[in-house]
Design a protein around this ligand. Structure first.
Ligand code: URA
Length: 226
């Protein structure tokens, strides 16, 4: 099995664990855990805020109107949902789409870091204010930082972070659509640059988990297209 296949299998194991997660109170109100979807070996990973109603119902990220716009923007730079990985800061929908709470973010953080560790993206594009502030640890607003690449250490990985507006912002304010196209063009150029130096590997990497796929998981597991 190739190294990328091993990482995909480990991601599947993390997905299985996440699908049963009860670490925070959102477990009581969610319909489905929205683990994230796309290519388990993607160079580009998106991190949005949290699942909305449609995502909660289907167990997939960005499948509502904002997701439609994300698909259009990806197509503009020759990509699609199967060539990137799409995740959120939270895997469960906050009731009424309220802001994620600290206990929820803390519970989800190890899962997010595991996704970054296993997928090994070159670039993480944070979508909107919330995800950008969380991932960069900087409270500067998205209108100031959008379109400007940064480098951050996220758990065991060093990645380029590229903040852009949340697609929902462009749906609310149509003149921002053009800004988003420009930022996606810049994102495409950034993907052409080498990945940032990872430094020396950790001395004692955690064991890779792997379990066979079960029939009932098949729909969700298809979301990690090679
Ligand atoms: N908005 C988000 O931030 N994430 C989703 O998955 C859907 C809408």
């Amino acid at each position: 099995m190739s190294e990328a296949e091993q990482r995909r299998e480990s991601l599947v194991a993390v997905y299985r664990e996440a699908a049963e997660c009860t670490l925070c109170p959102l477990a009581q109100t969610r319909t489905k855990v929205v683990f994230g979807a796309g290519n388990a070996d993607a160079d580009l990973m998106f991190i949005g805020e949290a699942p909305g109603a449609e995502e909660d119902r289907r167990g997939l990220p960005f499948v509502g109107r904002a997701g439609g716009l994300l698909n259009e923007l990806l197509a503009e730079i020759g990509l699609d949902r199967d060539s990137v990985f799409i995740a959120n800061t939270l895997m469960c929908r906050p009731p009424g789409n309220r802001d994620p709470q600290p206990v929820e973010l803390e519970s989800c953080r190890p899962y997010l870091l595991e996704k970054v560790r296993l997928i090994e993206p070159k670039v993480i594009s944070t979508l909107g204010n919330f995800a950008t502030k969380l991932i960069t640890g900087d409270q500067t607003g998205i209108t100031k930082v959008r379109g400007r690449p940064q480098v951050h250490r996220l758990g065991e990985r060093t990645v380029r972070v590229f903040p852009i507006l949340h697609p929902a912002a462009a749906l609310r304010t149509p003149k921002l659509r053009e800004t988003m196209s420009e930022d996606f063009a810049a994102l495409s150029r950034l993907l052409g640059e080498p990945a940032p130096d990872q430094g020396p590997p950790p001395e004692d990497p955690p064991p890779r988990r792997s379990e066979p796929d079960s029939r009932s998981d098949r729909d969700q597991l298809d979301i990690f297209a090679p």
